[in-house]
Design a protein around this ligand. Sequence first.
Ligand SMILES: [Zn+2]
Length: 404
Amino acid sequence: MKRKTPYNVILISVDAVSKEDEQRLLQLPVFKYLKENGTYCNNMTTVFPTITYPIHTSAITGVYPDRHKINHNEPWQADVPEDLRRWYWAVNEIGAKTLWKAAAEKGLKTASLLWPVSGKGTGAIRWDFPECMPLRGENPVIKYFKYATKSWLAYTELKWGAKVRKSIKRNDLDDYCCFLVERLLEKKRVPELITVHFADTDFSRHDHGVGSSEDERAMLHTNDMLQRIMDGVRKRGLEEDTVFVVMSDHGQENVDHGYIPLDSVLCDAGIGRAQSIGMGAYVYADNEQDAIRYLEEHKNELHIEKILCNEELRKMHAPKDISLAVQAETGYGYSDRNCECNHVGDHGFGVDHPTAKALLWLCGKPFEKGAEIDSARIVDIAPTIADIMQLSMPDCDGTVIKHK
Ligand SMILES: [Zn+2]
């Protein structure tokens, strides 16, 4: 059968590692291999806010949050307890064209595993196992059936499911999804576009902190999962036809000084509300000038490093519905009312923060071996993949990264 694309692409996201982790990662065999055998960038600019769902959506659409509409991991649900808040789980919440759609238009088969905002993707995503989380009282299996490709999920659950998957904790879920990618690579027709989001590194940093032994374990685990996928491609004899794109989204930093209950403070002062983005927050106020004045006056005790006003947010292509935000000083986070945040590590800092610099490996025939590029942007990923797969993504904010 004639191939419908010059290259298959496997896009793998490694959550919560940044330039600050570069030395450690490049000692691990797979990350080292990818750098030596492809084009590498340790200075990829991410998007505001520096949280997972908006960033991953920019990676898959090539546009900034002001166009793709995913403004946070979760829609603002003031006063809803954390374990009852729905997140942006379904692909139809994205306001821009995705790579999955562009691939499907070309008649290509796509698979996506644990990718944020990819649920109910049937149509564009042939094998869809999205990231979604059961809320308090919900049955995990029913939850996944609601968002995943039902027939495939039923097949895999009966055949492997709990026999292979140790638990639904994130490290085990990442591992299980790696196993499913290995199985997809054994298919008669291998999906031409596979997207996978590994977040063991993110979960372990939130729970145990940057530099913990759990953090080290998660990095090694992620290295091993990448190795398994690369071995799977090799076994099928597809290494000449496959491009690996490995990206990170943001780093993490330890919240050494704890969380400030900014939402409660603003409520009590009659200023408005705040929605935490970790080491920053959105501010919703009836009178923005009053709110800015209040934040300026209380900058020290609220440990505000920077107040981001409307004009600046528009320049940053921040989500359209956000017109005021704050960034916390290093080592501080902000929490919502009725939510006790006890993360040891977190993100949500500004895009220029050193820990916000993301990493990118591009490895495969179109990319020069051993080359390093000075800079790239998260929004460049989709147009670059579209270019090498000959897909139509005509209206991206990003541009194509140079390749052969
Ligand atoms: Zn993330």
